[in-house]
Design a protein around this ligand. Structure first.
Ligand code: ZN
Length: 427
């Protein structure tokens, strides 16, 4: 089937400047980009990195992959990237595409108190209404992410007695509509407590569907049953060959115990290594240095990742310490605009910028490293300045950004001019 850019071009992006040439070329999955700026190394003054070296290249894209990278050929008749910097496309690793009021009527957060259980009661009341047009809103949210350079998301999706499997089914429909331009992995999320409400039967059913991770929520403060809830969650993952990604907001002793319990269980079941994650894990922001270093080493050894929205306020997450110990830290917007929070921008590059400000990562080198938060991993240069992305054969998941280097992109939240998803030019 021939893909056309126009058929999946989000409305929100139509205002962007798109040349006729791009339209024509996007009809074909094989094309060439010239005048593409790539990072090639660091410039040093003695041992100190002062700036990033770059050069222009011409790049062939074929069958969704980077087929060739060669010396720039400005005279070639092909798509002109006009000197824009090529970076790996971004990935929002924690979002709730299934329950949002984005593209719907504005409503400020209206908490009625009662903490997390109060929010569960609120959801039980509003979810039937939210579900009525949740497919449409998820598609609009995906378009917002794309406009901000993301063509991939890890979305949590409510599984509880109010939604039953409807949140999941509605989101699957949206993802099907967007399948040529956007990919997602799904976490089935017992938002109302695995046992606090009777969510387990629905979780068991959803675990057999086309999903990637078993989710969870505050096993002590919501279910009052740390071990029982964690054991069930872990067993669901093992039985269905899925990963784990739990929401953990608990900041006290129970939060730390939950992380320690999860580390022990992952070490007992090594198939879970590399596919187990704790979202938020605010308790890590409450530990003293000794405790933190100790737990960071254990998390890295068990290959358990941490997903943080890079919170600001009283609690500062120890993201640099975790990264320095080799813990895979990723970020996401979580809420864009919904009953939990209305401040989401849709940009994970903005999250990397926020981290740079919070942790005073202002040098060329430090800023360039934080691009990892936006891409969920790959960045053009390794710590020694060797080029490690793009390589021939890499998936053509690309943004073209109006910046001279990664450090500038993070510092300035530079504008995204083009998004390419598996070779398809989205805009
Ligand atoms: Zn969340």
């Amino acid at each position: 089937m021939g893909l056309t850019a126009a058929s999946f071009l989000p409305e929100i992006l139509l205002a962007k400047e798109i040349t006729n040439e791009n339209y024509t070329m996007a009809n074909n999955n094989s094309y060439t980009l010239k005048n593409v700026l790539l990072e090639t190394g660091f410039k040093y003054d003695n041992q100190h990195i002062t700036s990033t070296e770059t050069a222009l290249y011409t790049i062939d894209i074929a069958d969704g992959k980077i087929a060739n990278i060669y010396r720039n050929q400005p005279e070639k008749d092909c798509i002109d990237a006009k000197g824009l910097l090529m970076l790996p496309s971004f990935r929002d690793m924690h979002i709730h595409l299934d329950k949002t009021i984005y593209a719907d009527k504005w409503q400020a957060v209206n908490r009625k108190g009662g903490g997390i259980k109060g929010m569960i009661a609120l959801e039980q009341q509003i979810i039937p209404e939210l579900l009525k047009n949740s497919t449409y809103k998820a598609e609009k949210l995906i378009e917002l992410l794309q406009a901000n350079g993301s063509s991939f998301a890890r979305s949590h999706v409510n599984i509880e007695p109010t939604s039953k499997l409807d949140s999941l089914k509605h989101l699957e429909r949206a993802l099907e509509h967007k399948k040529d331009s956007f990919d997602a992995e799904l976490v089935i999320f017992p938002q109302h407590g695995l046992y606090y409400t009777d969510s387990l039967p629905y979780m068991k059913e959803a675990a057999k569907m086309n999903i990637d991770f078993i989710g969870g929520l505050d096993p002590t403060s919501v279910d009052g049953a740390l071990e029982k809830t964690m054991d069930t969650t872990i067993q669901l993952a093992l039985d269905n060959n899925k990963g784990i990604d739990i929401h953990l907001h608990e900041t006290g002793e129970s939060g730390l115990k939950t992380i320690e319990y999860l580390i022990a269980k992952v070490n007992e079941n090594p198939t879970l290594k590399g596919k187990t994650f704790v979202s938020h894990s605010f308790v890590l922001g409450k530990l003293d240095n000794y405790q933190l270093e100790n737990i960071a080493i254990q998390l890295a050894n068990a290959q358990i990742g941490i997903i943080s929205t890079v919170p600001i306020g009283k609690l500062i997450m120890p993201i640099p310490t975790l990264m320095n110990h080799g813990v895979h830290v990723m970020t996401g917007n979580d809420s864009i605009v919904d009953h939990w929070n209305t401040m989401g921008t849709g940009s994970v590059l903005q999250k990397a910028n926020l981290a740079a400000q919070l942790y005073n990562q202002v040098s060329e080198f430090e800023l360039s490293r934080l691009l990892k938060l936006a891409t969920a991993g790959p960045i053009p240069l390794d710590d020694l300045g060797n080029q490690q992305w793009p390589k021939i054969g890499d998936k053509a998941d690309i943004v073209l950004i109006d910046a001279s280097c990664s450090a500038e992109a993070v510092s300035r939240i530079s504008p995204i001019r083009s998004l390419i998803h598996q070779g398809n030019i989205i805009y």
